[in-house]
Ligand binder design. Structure first.
Ligand code: SF4
Ligand code: SF4
Length: 150
């Protein structure tokens, strides 16, 4: 009986407090800017230096590129295996051009591991979706870099 009353006391004390839970997925969380979600990728910024793939502790990045007519390296394929990515952020830290960045996308639940191999087009679409969600953050990331390139 004492345990029941004690538990009820805890519940009653919590009732007037501000709610911290969200009605997800109808109400979505607003993650901080440094949230380490699934990557976004901007192909035109990538110089195919391979640093992201080299530093990756789980070897989940694979990429390939070719030299164009102006002898500039262009990315052809860029894949991340999110089955083994630990979202450590090391790849984005070493990227000299900010071609690969973290996003606030986090919903990757799927019935097949094959669906966790995400390619350059998926990652670029994730960048576009991120820019739409956070136009205020774009100058610090993609937009600024794109301007610098022009
Ligand atoms: S976040 Fe870490 S584990 Fe994932 S791709 Fe980047 S370096 Fe590799
Ligand atoms: S994403 Fe960045 S670190 Fe990786 S190959 Fe491209 S430029 Fe280099």
């Amino acid at each position: 009986m004492f345990g029941f009353l004690k538990g009820l006391g805890v519940t009653l004390r919590q009732l007037p407090k501000k709610k911290v839970t969200l009605q997800y997925p109808d109400v979505r969380p607003e993650w901080p800017e440094r949230f380490r979600g699934v990557h976004r990728f901007i192909p035109e910024l990538c110089i195919v230096c391979n640093q992201c793939a080299r530093i990756c502790p789980t070897s989940c990045i694979s990429l390939s590129g070719t030299r164009d007519a102006n002898k500039k390296m262009r990315i052809d394929t860029y894949d991340i295996n999110f089955d083994i990515c630990i979202l450590c952020d090391l790849c984005t830290e070493v990227c000299p051009t900010e071609a690969v960045l973290m996003s606030d996308t986090f919903e990757l639940a799927t019935y097949s591991r094959d669906n966790l191999y995400l390619d350059m087009h998926w990652l670029y679409n994730n960048e576009l979706a991120y820019e739409q969600r956070h136009p205020d953050r774009v100058p610090q990331t993609a937009g600024e870099a794109k301007e610098g390139e022009a």
